[in-house]
Design a protein around this ligand. Structure first.
Ligand SMILES: [Zn+2]
Length: 666
């Protein structure tokens, strides 16, 4: 016992960065998470976080008091005992520490302290008493393993920001409890969620193992893995992707990381590669150009009138962030950016006060009417509100942007820094030799493809040798890099570029990628325009109006929600035997607005030749273009803007060929 304590104490003093990101037998890894708070958002990304702070993330306890108020069972009350409270704090913690906002930190601290204080002598954590059903609250299943997994993610992030040692003791006690209890009540005992989402539990177990090196954690890891759905096998086999309704899509988003989290320990290359197989299958069946897939609760084939749930977006982003860091493969960042810079911004209003439960890729009206979703929630899913759809998203949406900021930069295991995902930011970190460096990343990415890194040394010594790595996106057709104005002869292939040299105060690295317009083929032979990290969609004017809910709608879905309508024609087809890329043109605004994600501030406009498809009229049937109609109007130029700036849109355009013997309508 004495030896174990000594080992534990020594382990805390040794940095894991001395050659490996992870402790053996876990795979060594190349990248380490930097302490929460050391990466700050700048530019439009900072504006986005500020809107979260003044919107729902900063105020959810006031907007949704029945669940997030003092009666929540995680705070010691007899109210909601399940996932919703922890969901909110999982996003509030990174927001509070990235913004360095004392008010938000205090709100989060109350929950962290309550979670830590809830621990019982045997290590059990969280609400422990079930209460009878009350509409709108989840008061049962208090022992379910699943919501506790979210609490683990909260404690992990809180420790990263503060180093509060209570977290290590609490997690150690809880994991010893799990090791004793899981053989009796396995992950799937209380609900199926725990079994499907076990990777969220496993990831924190390995994180603690890196810190403490205690062998029981590896034993617990094997146990958790054995009780978790075998996502690796499902991804390699592929049947779930070509069977509609085969899986719950938020579970799929969370399960995406499972094979790679386990690969750290299994070392099995099939596990590391499994998400790649899943991605290939998705591209052929359920996928959308936004990087997500059709999943209105259950997985569907990728008809663009199907929905994507907001929870699936933020959970898939978190999975990709984990896969990127653990595998060190740059291509995962391409996919992460596809979601973050397209699907994420459009599903929440500019003031961050209302959200959609489902978004559509082809969405020509947002109204309180029937949509072809498998779970329609009384026609409220698509509206912009708070309690519309189902309350999971209102609680879980907050992690998306702050965790993206936290994953813009990593430490490398040889004392350097790596920018694998791009966005305006500043990182402050200790590099090899123990020197503190600050790097400002100035960029209007993803609306522009140039990035500038300015290096500063806040300490006395004004230079240090360390490697600086950055990602070359797969879409980049060319690369130019200069240091202090001098061009660098670097290979431009996709992957990770590394410059290892002595850096001095005020060194400037300028990087320019080269993006070209691409036409991707999607559902039913449709075409979608993509350039660099951005997907483009038809620009449509928007009339927003408040829809007051009545009767039972009001009771279940809140006082009302926003509807959005448009006067803009949307029924355009692309004619394949007329289309030439050189007839498309891209216009840029002079500068990128502080908040670029709306119609007024769209920083880019793509003009494309198209023809009205005259038979395609019904707004409620925005994907029914496969009928054999060739009746088209005169050629026109249509305007597209970045998908993330639209609310109403066509993204997947039907295509036609004009046969020699058919005249189009003049
Ligand atoms: Zn949700």
């Amino acid at each position: 016992m004495k030896t174990r304590i000594l080992t534990f104490a020594a382990a805390l003093l040794i940095s894991v960065s001395a050659g490996a990101a992870h402790r053996a037998p876990l795979s060594e890894g190349k990248y380490e998470q930097l302490p929460l708070g050391s990466i700050k958002a700048e530019g439009w990304l900072l504006e986005q976080l500020k809107r979260q702070a003044s919107g729902l993330t900063g105020q959810l306890d006031e907007v949704y008091p029945e669940v997030m108020g003092p009666s929540n069972a995680w705070l010691g009350g007899d109210g909601d005992a399940w996932e919703r409270g922890p969901y909110w704090i999982d996003g509030l913690i990174p927001l509070a520490y990235i913004l360095d906002d004392e008010g938000l930190k205090a709100k989060a601290q109350k929950w962290v302290d309550a979670i830590l204080d809830s621990q019982q002598a045997d290590g059990y954590l969280g609400p422990a008493e079930d209460h009878p059903f009350i509409y709108g609250l989840q008061r049962g299943k208090s022992h379910d393993w699943w919501p506790k997994m979210v609490a683990l993610k909260i404690l992990q992030q809180y420790y990263s920001a503060t180093g509060d040692k209570r977290v290590i003791d609490c997690l150690s006690n809880y994991f010893r409890y799990q090791l004793r209890q899981l053989p009796v009540t396995p992950l799937g005992h209380w609900s199926h969620w725990g079994k499907e989402r076990g990777a969220d539990n496993l990831e924190v177990v390995y994180w603690l193992y890196d810190l403490t090196g205690e062998d029981y954690l590896l034993e617990l890891g094997e146990l958790i893995h054995s009780q978790t759905k075998d996502w690796s096998a499902l991804f390699r086999e592929g049947r779930i992707f070509y069977t509609q309704g085969s899986t719950h899509t938020v579970n799929l988003a969370q399960g995406f990381k499972a094979p790679v989290v386990w690969w750290q320990y299994s070392g099995n290359e099939q596990d590391r590669l499994a998400p790649r197989r899943a991605m290939d299958f998705l591209r052929l069946t359920a996928g959308f150009p936004t990087g997500l897939w059709a999943g209105d609760e259950q997985l569907q084939f990728g008809d663009p009138q199907r929905g994507t749930e907001l929870c699936a977006i933020v959970e898939m982003m978190f999975s990709l962030e984990e896969i990127l860091r653990l595998s060190g493969e740059a291509s995962w960042a391409d996919w992460l950016e596809r979601i973050a810079f397209n699907a994420l911004p459009t599903q929440v209003t500019d003031d961050y006060c209302a959200k959609q439960y489902y978004q559509q890729v082809n969405q020509v009206s947002v109204v309180h009417e029937v949509r072809p979703f498998s779970t329609p929630h009384y026609r409220t899913d698509q509206l912009f509100g708070t309690l519309n759809g189902y309350p999971c998203c209102l609680s879980n949406m907050h992690q998306g942007w702050p965790k993206l900021v936290q994953n813009l930069w990593y430490g490398t295991t040889d004392g350097g820094l790596a920018a694998l995902v791009y966005g305006p930011s500043t990182v402050t970190a200790t590099v090899s030799g123990g020197k503190t460096v600050r790097i400002h990343e100035s960029t209007d990415y993803p609306f522009r493809e140039s990035i500038r890194f300015l290096i500063e040394f806040p300490g006395k010594e004004k230079s240090a040798r360390f490697p600086l790595e950055f990602r070359i996106p797969a879409w980049s057709k060319g690369l130019s890099v200069s240091i202090n104005g001098k061009a660098q002869p670097l290979s431009s292939g996709a992957g990770i570029c590394r410059i290892d040299r002595r850096w001095s105060e005020s060194d400037v690295i300028d990087i320019d990628f080269s993006a070209e317009l691409e036409v991707e083929r999607w559902y039913g032979g449709s075409w979608t325009f993509v350039r660099g990290p951005l997907v483009y969609a038809l620009k449509m004017d928007e009339q927003w109006s408040w829809k007051e809910f009545e009767g039972s709608d009001r009771q279940y879905y809140g006082p009302g929600a926003w509807e959005v309508r448009s006067h803009t024609a949307w029924n355009y087809a692309l004619v394949r035997n007329e289309f030439k890329k050189e007839n498309c043109s891209l216009a840029r605004t002079e500068s990128v607005a502080a908040y670029p994600w709306n119609l007024e501030n769209a920083p880019l406009t793509l003009t494309v030749p198209a023809r009205p498809l005259l038979s395609w009229k019904e707004p409620g049937s925005v994907a029914y273009w496969t009928e054999d109609s060739y009746e088209m109007g005169e050629a026109v130029d249509i305007e597209l803007i970045p998908y993330g700036c639209t609310t109403l849109r066509i993204t997947e355009f039907p295509t036609r060929i004009i046969p020699w013997n058919l005249k189009y309508h003049q």
